[in-house]
Design a protein around this ligand. Sequence first.
Ligand code: CAA
Length: 457
Amino acid sequence: MAREIKRVGVVGLGMMGAGITEVVARADYDVVGVEIDEGAVAVGRGNVETSTGKAVARGKLSEADRDAIMGRITFTPRRSDLRGVDLVIEAIPERLAWKQELIADLDTILDADAIIATNTSSLSVTTIAAASEHSERVAGLHFFNPAPVQKLVEVIRTELTADETVETLGGVAARLGKTAVSCSDRAGFVTNALLFALFNAAFDLAEQGLAGYRDVDLAATAGLGFPMGPFTLCDLVGLEPTEFIAHTLFDETRDTMDAPRGTLRRLVAAGRYGRKTGQGFYDYSGDQPTPPSGTAPLTEVLDALPNATAVDASGAFEADGVPVRVIQRNGDVVYAEVTQPLAGDSAGADEVAEALRGLGLPVVAAPVSVIDDLTLGYLNDAATMVQSGYATANDVDVAMRLGCAMPAGPCEIAESRGFEAVVAKLDDLHRRTGQPRHVPVLLLRDLAAAGATAFPR
Ligand code: CAA
């Protein structure tokens, strides 16, 4: 039976912890927010005040409700103030030893049946839980950045977790207005395991000189409809946590496809941690360029180009012998890719790209399809998860839609592109990269061979 939760503790009031505190207090729970000292408490309180203040300024929260939310939170530097709470969510930095010390200490403070949830992104929940003498009441409860916005939480069950703990956390997630996806304890769980491979695909495009940061981000936003491109998202999450999570994933899989890339490691070494320090992949000190976001009917696009051939089902055609691919949404072209040779004469490709830019369209000119390079490995990874039974196609899609605000999950993307086309493109990608992770997984091949249009759901 699920335990009734009335008072909640949150330990660690950094970006994630403060967001979680806000979310929990908004759901009418009394919250005890704990930091290591008075200075850190003041910063944590400031984080929650700023966020709720913005909600008031945007007219989304009344001043009275904001005051009520702040009134439900007790900020304190003393862990002992957690005595009597029913649930503690820990959101301290990703250091295993710190988390284990905290969990063991909570044994001395909390009732033996109080629940402890860790918001770790990538550390082993099992190893953290094992530090408690009551490890059956410990599980993962993983929020996404910004916690008040993203609708997903992952509930991670270890070998040691009791059913009651998982049920209780599912109930808490529902009261917080979040959708819970349950999974077992693998590095990166569902969302980060998929997202970080996608980040690495983006880093590879840049490191191999195939596309710049802004082009990759444009392909992700205009071409794929993601709310932000991978480089912008890494800057938001912070490059230190990004590098840390990448290391943890790599430690578990030992697959070079998961290894933290040099670009990321060098920026962290240089102290460019992303948006919070004003510089990461991008420099946030001045005005930010507005990316093109025009649209145009397909007929207008074809009319603007010399000698355009017929457009196939994937949006591909040629203009004066230059390969072009367009993405259409609601009947209009919203993004175009032009194949631009790495060596040799690129004048023809430049001309086609300019003509498309002249229509106000987002255009990426590169030697490869940036949207394909970004997504094919991601689709294969998602299908691998489904094939192994780690997550269902539904859970994978919900995780990416609600955790990262993507318009569609990877299984849905594979279905809309058609399994046969995805398998053929993965085979092409594998011929170029030689990476075993790009060999289409058996489930995709079987779905293609069977002429299926959807994953079993
Ligand atoms: N707190 C509360 N609300 C916030 C907020 C915050 N910090 N930031 C944005 N919002 C709200 C805004 O109020 C706004 O709400 P309305 O639309 O109702 O007015 C909405 O979110 C959109 O905000 P903005 O218009 O200011 O900005 P935007 O449209 O550019 O969206 C974004 C910003 C919400 C971050 C959006 O781009 C997004 O969802 N990006 C994807 C983020 C993502 O993938 N997160 C997961 C990262 S992985 C992770 O977190 C796991 C891990 O372990 C590392």
